[in-house]
Design a binder for this molecule. Sequence first.
Ligand SMILES: Cc1cc2nc3c(=O)[nH]c(=O)nc-3n(C[C@H](O)[C@H](O)[C@H](O)COP(=O)(O)OP(=O)(O)OC[C@H]3O[C@@H](n4cnc5c(N)ncnc54)[C@H](O)[C@@H]3O)c2cc1C
Length: 309
Amino acid sequence: MLRSALLAASRSPQVRTVVEKFPPTHAIVERFVAGELLDQAVAATDELVATGRKVTLDHLGEDTKDAGQAADTAEAYEHLLTALKETGLAANAEVSVKLSAVGQFLPVDGEKIALENARRICEAAKEAGTTVTLDMEDHTTTDSTLSIARELREDFPWLGIVLQAYLRRTEADCRDFSGPLSRVRICKGAYKEPESVAFQGKHEVDLAYVRALKVLMAGEGYPMIASHDPNMIKIAGQLAEWNGRSRDSYEYQMLFGIRPEEQLRLAEAGNTMRVYLPYGQEWYGYFMRRLAERPANLTFFLRAMATRG
Ligand SMILES: Cc1cc2nc3c(=O)[nH]c(=O)nc-3n(C[C@H](O)[C@H](O)[C@H](O)COP(=O)(O)OP(=O)(O)OC[C@H]3O[C@@H](n4cnc5c(N)ncnc54)[C@H](O)[C@@H]3O)c2cc1C
């Protein structure tokens, strides 16, 4: 119930205005977001890399309704990738891109515009010597995102995709995308989805996550295990061992600000540990999905609201 309400609020302009104007929000947002500026994102990347972690940077934004804004987002990624190259961070830092931020939902030629903008970002990543992963959004975008990914992979075979374990289709998608070189981030899924397409209960989603992990770990690609869940992390490690995988043939991923001690533990144990680091002004949707995921995050927020003034 609470999760559904928060996920609905994440797409409400009215709630957005209230939450954005509430002063303590900003202090809480800082826990999950590097800052609003490129320099802050680069500085945070530098700090994470210095502690043995890798990074994937997300220039925040989604659901773009305007072609100019979509092009501006692509340009922001180009600047970011240039900065990563110039600071020597590109070997340890890639970027994550939401296709809806670069035009996928535009009413006219949305997919075509998103493909062109994503291609610009991939060119810039190639020039910088790093990679791109296409984030996955709600289920209405899955086919379009995978078809754009397939097209881009013809020129950029290192392009990563994301599959969401809560979708009933995902086990089959894992099989389709587990070929040589295929970089696949497997996560549980962060959107409100109908029962017709997605498992609803935590236990069911966890079981689906393990099934997806089994397929990806037995495949020939490069699985990226995106979860904070101790059980999923343990099972992924066991499956890697049973499939005779070397440590450089898969990686763990977690969100910035969540379980940092566990991130360091995994990195210190010799694993590749990548932190998803968002930055930029459009933090609202991302922030609300993080509140929806974990009641403790919400309690923290509500306590701040109750004690304001
Ligand atoms: C790198 C990365 C990229 C992602 N990209 C996408 C994407 O493209 N599309 C998408 O839909 N979703 C994405 N997600 C979000 C993902 O789908 C889940 O919503 C989110 O990761 C929560 O699921 P979980 O696997 O961490 O476990 P949950 O089921 O949320 O939590 C399970 C357990 O993990 C531990 N845990 C979780 N959070 C915390 C915390 N804050 N502090 C301490 N312990 C905690 C607790 O033990 C908890 O019981 C991404 C997640 C990550 C990590």
